[in-house]
Write a protein of this length. Structure first.
Length: 391
């Protein structure tokens, strides 16, 4: 019973003690957290009203407020403070109606690309040059394009002549010309030294050439012998020609031809062309005028097809023509003889190359009739074997 009374007295005493302490024991308002401009811009809190402060040139922003940059002001996080005009940018006292331009935050190309600001329009630059003599601007234009002036070609042909004199430089130029392509050289070779096997007869053929001279002018010698084994030479000819280069690929050749063959022979004037045709065909064509007024012609063409570096296949074609009938020599008018051959050559060295092959030859028209009258065939297939030799 005593314990129950003690509990009741203690419960009644607590309100009295609390009333005696009064409101000073509890704070009137709960504490609040600090609010920054960034949080206020996002709506998380409200900044207290700023008290007006006296303007001072050395005034600094409050410590609890961070400095506002142009980038943050462009995004809306803060407001740039107004800058007082400096004496250099003070308004003109005479221009009373004009207002000074408000300073704008600096805008970089990066921020302009993100849409944060706009770059000012760049002024257009006029490409004009001032003529000091005319006193007015002249629009720049491209220089005129045309041939060189006549004065540029009025000097000496060789610039060294202006320093050393033409008489002193002429011997030097002559030595330079000779040492760079004008030295005389020579070459001799036998293109065909061969034997021919045909049904009923075996024949031989020797064809050679030699030349001496420079790149433009040469003395050219040609010879050809043909006959039957055990019967001696049947036809022979020797040509002495002057060869002149008419372009990098062809030479014009003119001279004389003499036929020292048994029986009737002739002496001819020769005029022809020899060179390298397109697709690397070696061609030769010559017209002959004999001492008896007879006109004949000959044309040849050959090509070297390299199977390997040493194995070479050579097709060759040759035709002979005559402008009239020559009974003494057994030649008919028109197309007289023709041959088509194929030779396979193995080049042991550039100086020595054996070969084998086949060749078909035939006499046409009146020439064929002369052969048949002498008991010979018009033509046939020959098996050939021979050598090609460079000396």
């Amino acid at each position: 019973m005593k314990a129950f009374l003690i509990v009741l007295l203690a419960g009644a005493a607590n309100p009295a003690i609390a009333q005696a302490r009064g409101p000073a024991s509890h704070p009137s308002t709960p504490p609040t957290t600090s609010c920054t401009p960034e949080h206020a811009a996002m709506g998380h809190c409200s900044l207290p009203a700023a008290e007006p402060k006296p303007q001072s040139p050395a005034a600094r922003p409050p410590r609890d407020e961070p400095a506002c940059t142009a980038e943050h002001a462009a995004v809306g996080h803060c407001t740039m403070p107004e800058v007082a005009p400096s004496p250099a940018t003070a308004p003109d006292p005479h221009a009373q109606h004009e207002k000074p331009a408000q300073p704008q935050p600096s805008c970089t190309p990066e921020h302009a690309a993100m849409g944060h600001c706009a770059l000012p329009a760049s002024p257009q630059v006029e490409t004009q040059s001032a003529d000091p003599h005319a006193g007015h601007a002249i629009t720049a234009t491209e220089p005129p394009v045309g041939p060189p002036p006549a004065a540029a070609l009025s000097g000496p042909e060789h610039a060294a002549d202006a320093v050393y004199g033409a008489a002193e430089m002429a011997p030097s130029r002559e030595v330079l010309r000779k040492e760079h392509g004008d030295m005389p050289v020579s070459r001799a070779f036998f293109d065909r030294i061969e034997t021919r096997a045909r049904r009923g007869s075996d024949e031989y053929l020797v064809e050679g050439q030699a030349w001496y001279g420079g790149d433009v002018d040469k003395l050219w010698l040609k010879t050809e012998l043909e006959g039957k084994w055990r019967h001696g030479i049947e036809t022979a000819e020797i040509q002495a020609l002057w060869s002149h280069a008419i372009d990098p690929w062809f030479d014009l050749q003119t001279g004389v031809r003499f036929d020292p063959q048994p029986g009737p022979n002739r002496t001819h004037l020769a005029l022809g062309i020899q060179g390298l045709a397109p697709y690397w065909w070696e061609v030769e064509g010559t017209v002959f005028l004999s001492n008896k007024g007879e006109i004949t012609a000959r044309a040849e063409a050959e090509y070297e097809l390299r199977i390997t570096q040493k194995l070479i296949l050579q097709p060759r074609v040759e035709v002979e023509l005559s402008a009239q009938k020559i009974e003494e020599l057994g030649i008919g008018a028109g197309l007289g003889e023709g041959s088509l051959g194929l030779r396979l050559r193995y080049q042991v060295s550039p100086l020595f190359a054996p070969y084998v092959g086949v060749e078909y030859e035939r006499a046409f028209g009146g020439t064929g009739d002369f052969r048949r009258a002498e008991g010979e065939s018009r033509g046939g297939l020959n098996l050939v074997a021979g050598l090609r030799i460079w000396l």
